[in-house]
Design a protein around this ligand. Structure first.
Ligand code: MSP
Length: 526
């Protein structure tokens, strides 16, 4: 990732055929943490999320609900907005693909692609007929050779989605002519384009295997963006959907200030299931339209629930709102990014959730803060203590705490597998663990009777460590860390990553502390 003063980050836009679940919450949470980090690190940020409302999948869901597609999408899109509020996402915009600004942008990109030539000098769009397999659930076309036949005799896509045979007039995008260009883009022009490294390798070998032209319009249904000058054709929902990222910053008006400021997008965060659309089709569409491709696409893994695939038919969908109610918002945010190495698949279990909440949060961090702050309140005059000269043990802890800005920045932005949220959190917890060992060893409660000057130094070092930890954790747990920084009397303008090495001012009056992370008790109250 390059160092720039601005940062544009997007979530995928969510299909509105269904209620939001933990997988949706996860993609946007990762974006939110990065967006908050980038703002605290001095960048101007645009963070976009929204809903993908066209296509057969949504049309069918609306019919099933007995509603007109537009009424249905109005209703379901609202659930995704509610999720964004409940998860405390700091998104700057929420786009819906049914908005006029987006219809205009989608038709604009179509026209730009249609009037350009492929790298081999041929028209990028041509009219033909599609005869082949289509999976409505994935809104994707498949080759016969990619399919398997199940025991029920039905053909299925690699994702498990049922496919149907489609025969209809269709426009095609000349994707096959973009193969060399794409390979050059991944391997030479922008080696950071795809993360993590494993996904990058998969995409490169897929493209090396050869690309077929892509059907980009449908004529057998109506719920979508009409193709300019060919209203019997509806744009392929993925071409429409991908364009949302450009719509939101002003496309097709490429001279708009928002477009000039934020395009090309710095990061599209996606799940591993939709990598091909974002790393093969999207950069080719954009180049054909004469627009620079995004800087990076990162694919995270998938969650299972207590070892099982999450699916509506298995009845094991995890509702993020229910989790927040049971465990609290910030513990849920922390758990999702701490439990599983980002980029890999992970399993959700209530036991692991409670373990993290009671262990890492209530015990390690919450208890440390509560012990130190209530001790200062009762025994050190309720203001920031004045330290004497620091001993080596104090300096060692403070050095580790003050390095957090740099360390967290590194894990979130540097290397082929960045962002590595779990590593950033591990690094913060190494400091929390060191502070717990330090408080036990230095025993300020004993110093109260023997050496109050030394006690003040130790308490100061602990509060300084808590300040650095709280600043570093703000992107992950904004509400609780704001509370902790309030309790440390850190002014609002001294909470950025740049302010991490600005020390606490001795003598600052402290408010009465209160616990940040209550333990989770089971039904028996344990
Ligand atoms: N509408 C398309 C995206 C268009 S972007 C131009 C779409 N929508 S989705 O609602 O099906 O999925 C949105 C995101 O949620 C994807 O990134 C997907 O990977 C993620 N998840 C859905 N289920 C998931 C899990 N069980 N675990 C983790 N994330 C998963 O795809």
């Amino acid at each position: 990732m390059t160092e720039r003063a601005r940062y544009y980050i997007t979530t995928p836009i969510y299909y509105v055929n269904d209620a939001p679940h933990i997988g949706h919450a996860y993609t946007s949470l990762a974006c939110d943490v990065l967006a908050r980090f980038m703002r605290l690190d001095g960048r101007k940020v645009w963070f976009l999320t929204g809903t993908d409302e066209h296509g057969q999948k949504v049309e069918k869901a609306a019919a099933l609900a007995g509603m007109a597609p537009k009424d249905f999408t109005d209703k379901v899109a609202e659930n995704f907005r509610a999720l964004a509020r409940a998860m405390n996402y700091s998104n700057d915009d929420f786009i819906r693909t049914t908005e006029p600004r987006h219809i205009r942008a989608s038709q604009g990109i179509w026209k730009a692609i249609a009037s350009s030539k492929s790298p081999k000098g041929r028209d990028n769009i041509y009219l033909g007929k599609y005869d082949g397999w289509y999976a409505v659930r994935d809104e994707a076309f498949y080759d016969e050779k990619e399919l398997t036949t199940g025991p029920d005799g039905k053909k299925r896509a690699p994702s498990g989605a049922e496919v149907e045979w489609v025969e209809e007039p269709s426009s095609f995008f000349r994707l096959s002519d973009w193969q060399e260009w794409l390979l050059d883009y991944y391997e030479r022009a922008n080696p950071d384009f795809i993360g993590p490294a494993t996904r990058r390798n998969e995409v490169i070998s897929f493209v090396r295997g050869g690309l077929n032209d892509l059907s980009i319009s449908r004529t057998s249904f109506k719920w979508g963006v009409p193709v300019p000058d060919a209203p019997a054709h509806i744009m392929y929902v993925w071409l429409d959907a991908l364009t949302n990222y450009a719509t939101a910053v002003g496309y097709p008006d490429t001279n708009a200030e928002s477009f000039r400021t934020f395009w090309p997008c710095d990061l599209h965060m996606v799940g591993k299931d939709i990598v091909r659309f974002h790393t093969v089709y999207w950069p080719a569409f954009l180049m054909a339209a004469g627009v620079e491709p995004p800087k990076r696409v990162f694919a995270h893994g998938w969650w299972t629930n207590e070892g099982q695939k999450i699916s509506k038919s298995l009845g094991n969908v995890i509702d993020p709102l229910e989790l927040i109610k049971a465990y609290g918002l910030d513990p849920v945010r922390y758990f999702l990014l701490r439990e599983v190495p980002f980029g890999q698949d992970g399993d959700f279990s209530r036991r692991a959730m409670v373990g993290r909440l009671n262990g890492d949060l209530a015990n390690d961090l919450g208890n440390l803060a509560q012990r130190v702050l209530s001790f200062v309140q009762k025994n050190a005059g309720a203001d920031v203590p004045t330290p004497g000269e620091f001993a080596e043990a104090d300096n060692a802890l403070l050095r580790q705490a003050h390095a957090l800005a740099e360390v967290v920045r590194g894990h979130l932005t540097v290397g082929p597998n960045a962002p590595e949220f779990h590593r950033a959190l591990e690094a913060v917890w190494a400091v929390v663990t060191a502070a717990n060992a330090y408080v036990d060893k230095q025993a300020p409660w004993a110093l109260r009777k023997t050496d109050t000057a030394r006690m003040a130094t130790v308490l100061y070092a602990l509060m300084e460590t808590l300040r650095a930890v709280a600043i570093a954790l703000q992107p992950f747990m904004p509400e609780s860390m704001a509370k902790l920084l309030d309790q440390l009397a850190v002014p609002a303008d001294a909470r950025t990553f740049a302010a991490l090495d600005r020390a606490l001012v001795p003598g600052t009056v402290l408010p009465v502390p209160s616990g940040i992370f209550p333990r989770h008790l089971d039904d028996a109250g344990r």
